[in-house]
Unconditional design. Structure first.
Length: 399
């Protein structure tokens, strides 16, 4: 990295530690004595670049940066706008006019595709531009990295929410004994699977986990919920927002999607609502459905200390990699061998990351029981940070 200006943007859905990566990136940039002149931030991602809405990040007071590091959302503002072919020339022009030599994108797989595409266009135009992606997503679906910053904290939220919903359903008994929780996870079930981290014995929630990797049979789902209800007096299921039938249709979807975003991702009626109606009809009891939505990616009380530390680390690594001459890469997290959990940073080519999805491997899933395997639990537990609480129970039998 020569003596040049750098630009940072945030893109896609927020995570609880998205701003921690921003903090790590800018603090590492500020600490570098050579190679970096101005540090700019684009307001609302690509939209800010196209509008010329850039912020001089050196003007932000140091104490404000400390608060930003512990703030939910995207301090710069995020975007879900897909880059179009006609956007590339004005983007390159904006980068050239502001003498941007390095562009850091804090985002997921769609952002990786954007960064790689612009980097290629800049190279073809003879413009010197380094593009580095800093990973983030609560979905944990980025390839070539052990896990994604944001997943550990969102998983902690889902695990705690499942524990709480389970005890609530158990307490209410016949009044409202069934709960279905629908969590995010457009193409992969990593977040729904995290609900299993709360389970200490067979009675504990969840009793059924639905993920996009495995087709959901409604009859089998109802049998499972009824079985848990008859045995324990309550039942809790956790499902991903895009669980599907054996023929690939979204559960409960009727006709066209309610909304389709710029990247072609469709959004339908909540499957939890549909499944709750089926359970209520079959069992004749009140069935609640919960959809925490953006709460699961903004609840700072559930931030994992491990997740926060690693989110800052990938931001700092991005600056170091740029100064070492790397370009067109995404920073990765690489789990080290050994009994004690440890993770280092690495790098993967953006061409191998953009637009690709990491789904849960078969050895993490237990299709016969609509659950996860011990291998998944071993993988995910270290990402939660502090241990989950251990709740008490007056009733110890299975009735």
């Amino acid at each position: 990295m020569k003596n040049q200006n750098i630009l940072i943007m945030q893109s896609g859905g927020c995570t609880p530690v998205l701003n921690r990566s921003l903090f790590g990136l800018v603090q590492e940039a500020f600490a570098r004595r050579g190679g970096i002149r101005e540090v700019y931030g684009a307001r609302y991602g690509m939209e800010g670049i196209l509008r010329g809405d850039l912020i001089d990040l050196r003007r932000i007071p140091a104490d404000e940066w400390q608060r930003i590091a512990h703030t939910p959302g995207a301090a710069l503002g995020s975007t879900r706008r897909k880059m179009r072919d006609e956007d590339v020339p004005p983007i390159l022009d904006a980068l050239h006019r502001n003498d941007i030599g390095c562009w850091f994108i804090i985002g997921g797989n769609d952002s990786a595709w954007t960064g790689h595409s612009v980097g290629q266009a800049a190279e073809a135009a003879g413009l010197p531009l380094t593009v580095i992606n800093v990973p983030k997503t609560i979905d944990n679906d980025l390839v070539l990295t052990d896990h994604s910053p944001g997943y550990g904290s969102a998983s902690r939220f889902v695990a705690l929410a499942t524990m709480g919903a389970g005890r609530d359903a158990e307490s209410m008994g016949i009044a409202s004994p069934i709960t279905i929780i629908e969590v995010m996870g457009r193409d992969a079930g990593w977040l729904a699977a995290a609900s299993a981290l709360a389970k200490r014995d067979e009675r504990d929630a969840p009793h059924f986990i639905g993920v996009p990797e495995l087709p959901l049979d409604e009859t089998r789902f109802l049998d499972s919920m009824e079985g848990a209800y008859r045995r324990y007096g309550f039942a809790v299921a956790v499902i991903a927002e895009n669980v599907r039938t054996a023929d690939g249709a979204p559960i409960g979807a009727q006709g066209e999607p309610l909304y389709t975003d710029d990247f072609g991702h469709p959004y339908y009626e909540p499957p939890a609502q549909h499944l709750a109606a089926l359970v209520s009809k079959r069992l004749g009891v009140r069935t609640r459905y919960e959809k925490p939505g953006t709460i699961q990616r903004s609840m700072m009380a559930c931030v994992s200390a491990t997740d926060a530390r690693e989110a800052e680390a990938v931001g700092r690594a991005a600056i170091r990699y740029a100064q070492a001459g790397m370009r067109d890469v995404m920073v990765t997290l690489e789990r080290e061998a050994g009994e004690d959990y440890a993770c280092a940073t690495g790098a993967a080519p953006l061409a191998d990351v953009g637009g690709k999805v990491k789904r849960m491997p078969s050895d993490f899933l237990d299709p016969a029981n609509a659950f996860v395997t011990p291998a998944f639990l071993d993988y995910a537990r270290p990402l939660l940070g502090d241990l989950l609480p251990h709740y008490g129970r007056l009733t110890t039998n299975g009735g």
